[in-house]
Design a protein around this ligand. Structure first.
Ligand code: MTE
Ligand code: MO
Length: 423
């Protein structure tokens, strides 16, 4: 039997309603086993060293020096980016993720079903598109959470490949279109976001990325070898390596096969890159595509933006990362504001030389860089990275300024003086 697209959409609606009714009967609030509070009275506890940029919803980042103290970012120090109160699992046994939309047989999948699939551990760096927004705002005000340089972290995500999960509902590997015209995979959460008028956070990726095992898209239930915690998406989240963090949807409720790109707020009215000429009076959201890929980025983490050091000989170190799994070919630093440059050494795991694009390196993960230099009494120190496609970071923030303050990848500059710390 083959359904038309309309019939299948109808089937999904009926299926979802039946499911809801079923759970209402059991006295369940919204969804089996997982619920979304509408206030902030049941938030998890968080590490006191996090810098809080917004309390409700909770948005926080670690001090930059913490980032370079370990290649794999400890869960406590991993930035937390939310758009509503953190959902709660009240019964993991009853939790199901619904795979629905343009397919013949929608299915409710339990954690046991997910765990039965082969487990993959993927090292992937997640970066919020708003990372370094505060610095962009200094040029000219932008709208959004004021992130410094640590809205980024690198974790080992454990879970099933989405390509394997989709096979359970009859979508083969390397599919770009289903017989019913499905071309996108939409991840739908249950959190209540005010941007969605109290509706859930959602985002989509193309079906051919979702069904390609090489893209390493995961439905993850572990972070750094531990069960995912509430802040990071317990019980199940999408991890889409190589693209902006906004598409790695946490607390999955359903995975919806659709003909179109997700029409949610965060795909259509946010996380789009506009040219510097666009302002709040002339913005037309429909003119731009949702941002997916991440451009090349690097940040100095061993020094604050304005810092005082004791000795002339200093270590300049930080992270570099690019989108789409592109490795880092080079990171250059300058101690004279960008007039002359010095190449740094790069590494991921200690003792293993980093070779961009080599099977020995973690394709989706950041790279640390380090250089030792003798600086004059006062210096402007700059870092810029080059990825394997020879993409380079832009010199000035002015050239990439945009009203939402996303993707600030301009050369990272810090000002250092040799002296005593009381300035
Ligand atoms: N359900 C849901 N998923 C979400 C978000 C959210 O608010 N709700 N925020 C997104 C954004 S913008 C980012 S950058 C990452 C942050 O993931 P983290 O909090 O685990 O670091 O989650 C993404 N997934
Ligand atoms: Mo984000």
């Amino acid at each position: 039997m083959s359904l038309t697209r309309k019939q299948s959409a109808l089937a999904t609606t009926i299926y979802k309603k039946r499911r809801t009714d079923r759970h209402r009967e059991k006295g369940c609030l919204i969804m089996p086993g997982l619920k979304a509070p509408s206030d902030y009275s049941q938030e998890p506890s968080r590490h006191p060293s996090l810098r809080i940029n917004a309390k409700e919803p909770f948005n926080a980042e670690p001090p930059r020096k913490t980032l370079i103290s370990s290649y794999v970012t400890p869960v406590d120090f991993f930035y937390k980016r939310n758009h509503g109160p953190i959902p709660i699992v009240d019964d993991i046994e009853r939790y199901r993720v619904t795979i629905c939309g343009l397919l013949e047989n929608p299915k409710d999948i339990s954690m046991a079903d997910i765990r039965k699939l082969p487990k993959y551990d993927v090292a992937a760096t997640l970066q919020c598109a708003g990372n370094r927004r505060t610095a962009m705002s200094k040029r000219k005000t932008v709208k959004g959470v004021g992130w410094d340089v640590s809205a980024i972290g690198n974790a080992i995500w454990g879970g099933a490949k989405l390509s394997d999960v989709l096979e359970l509902v009859g979508i083969p590997k390397l599919t770009s279109s289903t017989p019913l015209g499905g071309k996108h995979v939409e991840f739908v959460s249950i959190d209540k976001c005010k941007e969605e008028n109290g509706g859930p956070y959602k985002a989509s990726i193309p079906l051919n990325q979702a069904t390609n095992p090489e893209s390493d898209v995961l439905l993850a239930y572990e972070m750094n070898g531990e069960t995912l915690n509430r802040d990071h998406g317990y019980p199940l989240r999408a991890i889409v390596p190589g693209i902006i963090g906004a598409r790695s949807v946490k607390w999955l409720d359903s995975v919806n096969i659709s003909s179109e790109v997700c029409q949610g707020f965060f795909m259509q009215k946010d996380y789009k890159m506009f040219p510097p000429t666009v302002n709040w009076d002339n913005i037309d959201w429909s003119t731009r595509r949702p941002q997916m890929d991440f451009p090349v980025q690097c940040v100095i983490c061993s020094l604050e933006d304005v810092d005082v050091v004791k000795h002339r000989k200093i270590t300049i170190s930080g992270y570099a990362v690019s989108g789409g799994g592109r490795g880092i070919e080079r990171v250059d630093v300058s101690i004279d504001g960008g007039k002359t440059w010095l190449e740094t050494t790069r590494y991921q795991k200690t003792g293993v030389p980093y070779i961009a694009d080599d099977s020995s390196s973690d394709k989706w993960a950041w790279v640390f860089f380090e250089a030792v230099a003798e600086i004059p009494q006062s210096a402007e120190i700059v870092a810029k990275a080059v990825d394997i496609a020879a993409n380079v970071q832009p010199e000035n923030v002015d050239d990439i300024w945009n009203l939402r303050g996303i993707l600030n990848t301009s050369w990272h500059r810090v000002h250092v003086r040799v002296g005593h710390s009381n300035m």
